[in-house]
Write a protein that binds this ligand. Sequence first.
Ligand code: DHB
Length: 400
Amino acid sequence: DRTTVAIVGGGPAGLLLSHLLHSRGVDSVVLESRPRERVESRQRAGILEHGTVDALREVGAAARMDEKGMPHDGFAFHVHGERIHVDMAALTGRAVMIWAQTEVVKDLIVLRLEQGEPLLFDTEVLAVEKVDGPLSRDGEALVRYRGDDGAEHELRADVVVGADGFHGVARRAVPADAVRTFERVYPYSWLGILADAPPSSDELVYARHERGFALLSMRSPTVTRAYLQVPNGTDPASWSEEAIWDELAARTGLDDGSFTLNRGPITDVGVTPMRSFVAEPMRHGRLFLAGDAAHIVPPTGAKGLNLAVADVRVLAEAIAAWRTDGSQELLDAYSDTALARVWRGEHFSWTMTTMLHRDPDADPFDDRLALSHLQLVASSESYRTAIAENYRGVPLAGEH
Ligand code: DHB
């Protein structure tokens, strides 16, 4: 088989890219290793930047988000019982949208299938080959995969996009001496829950407490999403429902007694480790990496999905320019363009993470620095503006 763009990975990055290419007249095949049910049921992030919202509207996958998503104008820090409010809309003129990644993926899948464009589930990519060398229209790149029929197949493509996540096969097609990686692993994880409980406040709460970080988010007016900092290797089964709620209450409470946590039955629990990672460059010959395949951020600040979406927006434009007028400039600039934004996200996510978590190995000096950092957030409007600008998302070139 033969296509213009072979997209390895049917998560938000790969699926959105297929739509952006389709609307620019470029054909693609999306190959996803997992079954559709699994892709649609994984609990992931929930905050969409303005640019991400725009991209979903542009491809026509925003109807449910526009009906049920929850626009948020700001958020709060709770620091050892004191509240700091960040009025993002007032400081930056922009809001973010609470709408779960799982729901984004569902809508992108339905749209792709309605269009009758190729999206293959249960399709394990075995190898990405023949990506060395210049761009051409001869379908020289090769993706070998095992289809849902159990047999091995080959897909030839002009370019391959690796959007198959941190553990995917696409990045492995880049020779070791052609890539440089940067990495940080954190000495804590997040225990995440979904609960049938109305959100405890209109806005998200990011808490730093002696006992560690906590985050209160939401999925709807009746569903709370919340996270607790826990030690690496924590078994979610070791936490009872009551212990989770008590810990969330202890870490998010305010000294003036003005904050009450709403409790309810917990419907989902999971533990996620935290990592920062960047692979440079994001291109090797005819292979382009996007999203988690090229970079990981720790979840604090919810940048992962938004960085992935920004990657494929840049990439779709670049591929379309190459196909329509043969110009390779945007594709040649892709890695640098994407990485500038990626490193902003890396720095912001690292900042939010280290400012809000308690490193079990930290000495008292580190703790004092983090508290002073939060003191700066509380006291300086210009510093809060900088945080808000990063939180709402740095615009792509040409946006504002
Ligand atoms: C959510 C996750 C985040 O990492 C974050 O910073 C805010 C919200 C969420 O899942 O709702």
